[in-house]
Design a protein around this ligand. Structure first.
Ligand code: SF4
Length: 107
C-alpha cells in the first residue's frame, strides 16, 4: 500500500467511525426515552392508552376502521419498533399498539 491510498484509507475509516458513533448515539437517544405512562396528566388529557383495542371505536372522534400509534401520522422513529417517539408527547415513547384522541391518518 503506498502513502496516498493509505492516508485516504485512514481518513475514510475515521469518517466511517464518526458516522457510526453519530448513528448509534441517535439510536440510543430514542431507546433511552421513558415510556409514556397512561396516568401521565398529558396522556390522560389526550385519552392515551397502551392498547388501542381497549378503546370503543364509537367513542373515537375519527372512527376509521383501524387506529393505533403505528398507523398515526404523528408517530416517529422506526417502523416495527414496539415503543416509538410521538410528536404529541415529546421526550416519551408511546406503544406502537397504543392510541390517543389526537390520532390522525398518515398522508
Ligand atoms: Fe399515538 Fe398518534 Fe396519539 Fe401519538 S398522536 S399517541 S402516535 S395516536
Amino acid at each position: 500500500m503506498n502513502k496516498i491510498p493509505r492516508r485516504k484509507f485512514i481518513q475514510l475509516s475515521a469518517a466511517a467511525a464518526t458516522g457510526a458513533v453519530v448513528l448509534s448515539g441517535r439510536h440510543a437517544v430514542a431507546e433511552d426515552l421513558p415510556k409514556l405512562a397512561e396516568d401521565d396528566p398529558m396522556a390522560q388529557a389526550m385519552k392515551y392508552v397502551h392498547d388501542a383495542g381497549t378503546v370503543d371505536a364509537a367513542s373515537r372522534p375519527n372512527p376509521a376502521a383501524e387506529q393505533n400509534c403505528a398507523n398515526c401520522a404523528l408517530i416517529q422513529g422506526e417502523d416495527g419498533a414496539e415503543w416509538r417517539p410521538c410528536q404529541i408527547f415529546p421526550g416519551k415513547l408511546v406503544a406502537a399498539n397504543g392510541w390517543c384522541s389526537v390520532w390522525a391518518p398518515k398522508g
